[in-house]
Design a binder for this molecule. Structure first.
Ligand code: HEM
Length: 406
């Protein structure tokens, strides 16, 4: 728990926590609130009747338990988005917000296309892209590590995975930000309208891409061809899973690279250590995932009555699983607030766990390991400048801008 908060204040902070009414300060630093919740209200009842959970052991168990929890979001997204809306159609048809057997059928094809061999094949292209971007930064000397570096990597990698023609990739990031932004705990009418427009535009674009791939299949190594030929999906299911795939790897991976650069550059001794011991890049990326988890919140619906820490949860109860808090739980991670690039073991939940564990974690790790290590190696004088700005998002934690110089 934070040293600055007295126990009483922390208890009050936990008791009145409402994820639908967050302050500006919370977006800057949610971790004092999370520490208070872990200590005093680990299974916290929110004003809307949902529960907010923050302990590592609870999340770890819930993510692996299919007997009591569902990922199906129809009951929640109907009232939130309206049942006829494009956002409802998207978020209720992608695999992530569904249960077996549909979930299993789609996931099998995605996991099959992202095999260790497929990941190895991505490596030279990612290294080449990262090095090219870093050379451009070196020439400019002053730049933005998000816009000019972190955001430019995932769009290429995920675009290559689905073989989206390069000339068509410019709008992908904007669509993705708008669609995932609609999952925030607080949502304005304008954000909702942007999300709906983005689903409409994105699916209109993908209809043509899919028609073309149907005429010209690319073999079983191609993710889209596999989904087309093997997953037995309706047109809408196919479209919405492609939208999800293109989104899933975008903002999250941009944020991992951005958060990782921020952590390393604000801990210069860790950056130096990594420069002289590059074999630590694997554990360093895991530590960035743990300490500043790009995806801070997950959700599940209770389907069978159970009791957690003395709180009985009835079927139909909606849970928010706070990955960002669980990953700083001192019961699982000794010295949990410390950034330790050699931390081992590090069983963080940044990619969740169980049947829905991130299917793209290998891709994300590959991108982040190459991006962070090459940035430190190729730009030995890399340092942050003033003006870092965090996105005002509780679910997807990252920076909109990270000015730096080399
Ligand atoms: C740092 C980057 C990433 C983070 C932190 C992240 C995090 C997550 C999390 C927490 C989930 C579980 C959601 C839930 O069940 O509630 C998930 C699911 C998923 N992610 Fe990622 N992800 C990242 C990158 C990627 C990439 C690059 C891809 C694709 C290439 C991807 C594809 C997926 C897919 C397909 C699922 C759904 C899995 C399922 O429902 O079975 N993710 N991700």
């Amino acid at each position: 728990m934070s040293r600055h908060l007295e126990a009483q204040e922390a208890r009050a902070l936990a008791e009145r926590f409402d994820p639908n009414r967050l302050s500006r300060g919370f977006y800057e630093n949610p971790y004092d609130t999370y520490a208070a919740l872990r200590a005093f209200e680990p299974v916290h009842r929110c004003p809307d009747g949902s529960y907010f959970l923050t302990r590592f052991a609870d999340l770890d168990e819930i993510y692996r338990d299919r007997a009591h929890f569902s990922s199906d979001k129809q009951a929640v997204f109907g009232p939130k988005f309206g049942q006829d809306s494009p956002l409802y159609e998207h978020h209720t048809r992608s695999l992530v917000f569904n249960d077996p057997p549909y979930h299993t059928r789609v996931r099998r094809q995605i996991v099959g296309a992202l095999s260790p061999n497929a990941l190895r094949a991505l490596q030279p292209g990612v290294t080449e892209l990262v090095d090219r971007l870093l050379m451009q930064l070196q020439e400019r000397q002053r730049f933005d590590l998000i816009e000019d570096f972190a955001a430019a990597i995932p769009v290429e990698v995920i675009g290559n995975l689905l073989r989206v023609p390069r000339a068509d990739r410019a709008p992908l990031r904007g669509w993705s930000l708008a669609i995932l932004g609609a999952l925030e705990t607080e949502l304005s009418a304008a954000q909702q309208a942007r999300g709906n427009d983005a689903v409409r535009e994105f699916t209109a674009y993908l209809r043509d891409l899919i028609a073309d791939r149907r005429r010209n299949p690319l073999g079983e190594a191609d993710l889209l061809t596999r989904l087309l030929q093997e997953a037995e999906l309706s047109e809408s299911e196919l479209l919405q899973n492609c939208v999800f795939l293109l989104n899933a790897g975008h903002e999250t991976t941009t944020n991992l690279i951005g958060n990782g650069l921020y952590l390393l550059l604000s801990h210069p001794e860790s950056a130096e250590r990594l420069r002289s011991a590059p074999e630590l890049i694997g554990t360093a990326v895991e530590e960035c995932l743990r300490l500043e988890s790009p995806n801070q919140l997950g959700n599940r619906l209770v389907t069978a009555r159970l009791t957690i820490r003395g709180v009985t949860l009835e079927p139909g109860t909606y849970l928010t699983l706070c990955i960002g808090a669980a990953n700083r739980d001192a019961e699982e991670f000794p010295d949990a607030e410390r950034f330790d690039i050699a931390r081992k073991p590090n069983r963080h939940l940044a990619f969740a766990a169980g049947a829905h564990a991130c299917a793209g974690m290998g891709v994300a790790r590959l991108e982040a390991q190459i991006a962070l290590l090459r940035a430190l190696q190729l730009l030995p004088r890399l340092r942050l400048s003033a003006g870092a700005a965090r996105a005002q998002r509780a679910r997807f934690r990252g920076f909109v801008s990270l000015p730096a110089e080399a």
